[in-house]
Design a protein around this ligand. Structure first.
Ligand code: PNS
Length: 177
């Protein structure tokens, strides 16, 4: 069923995206069913030591979306609510995979609301098949020789193999819904 999205609306989907996974893509698809545009916003200067540079992560997202005009990619530093306000977004999208995500996400959403009550956080649940998928596990599994082809877009798998100097595993499954 085709759903109508809110005309002219912009939602920010923030994260580290190191790298983007099919779970993230699933959330973006769900966001596009509700909002006109979804802007993936990569946090710069995070305390985490990333595998991919911010520029590489931008390129991976662009590669995964190949010019879909409703999906935008940007980087930000400082407070997320200030960024959202600056770009005219009144909604922050976050994915919620499991109860274990909830406490951190709940804290962040309430802190963001305190910082700017006009910006609403919307939680979206990915397909169950992605409920265990995280960027961290994808990197670990790939590095240890496991197959991740049904968990990340092809462009990410290719870049992972270049980064780690490991050949791609044969066989590719399609993105699950
Ligand atoms: O994918 P991640 O690493 O879970 O994303 C975390 C992110 C980027 C959403 C969060 O760290 C963030 O919003 N950082 C920006 C700084 C900020 O606004 N901090 C206060 C939020 S409570």
């Amino acid at each position: 069923m085709r759903r109508k999205h809110l005309k002219g609306s912009l939602a920010v989907f923030p994260g580290s995206f190191d790298p983007i996974t099919n779970g993230h893509l699933d959330i973006v698809d769900r966001g596009l069913a509700v909002f006109d545009r979804v802007r993936m916003a990569i946090l710069m200067n995070s305390e985490k030591e990333p595998l991919f540079s911010v520029q590489e992560r931008v390129a991976l997202i662009q590669g995964a979306y190949r010019g879909n005009p409703r999906v935008e990619v940007d980087t930000f530093s400082g407070l997320l609510v200030d960024y959202a306000n600056r770009v005219g977004a009144s909604v922050i999208i976050r994915g919620l995979r499991a109860i274990s995500d909830f406490e951190y996400e709940f804290q962040m959403a309430l802190m963001n609301r305190r910082l700017n009550p006009r910006i609403e956080t919307v939680f979206m649940m990915p397909a169950e098949s992605y409920s265990y998928v995280s960027s961290r596990l994808v990197k670990e599994v790939f590095q240890l020789g496991g197959r991740v082809s049904d968990l990340v877009p092809p462009v990410v798998e290719k870049r992972l193999s270049e980064k780690y100097g490991t050949p791609l595993k044969a066989g590719r499954a399609r993105r699950k819904k």
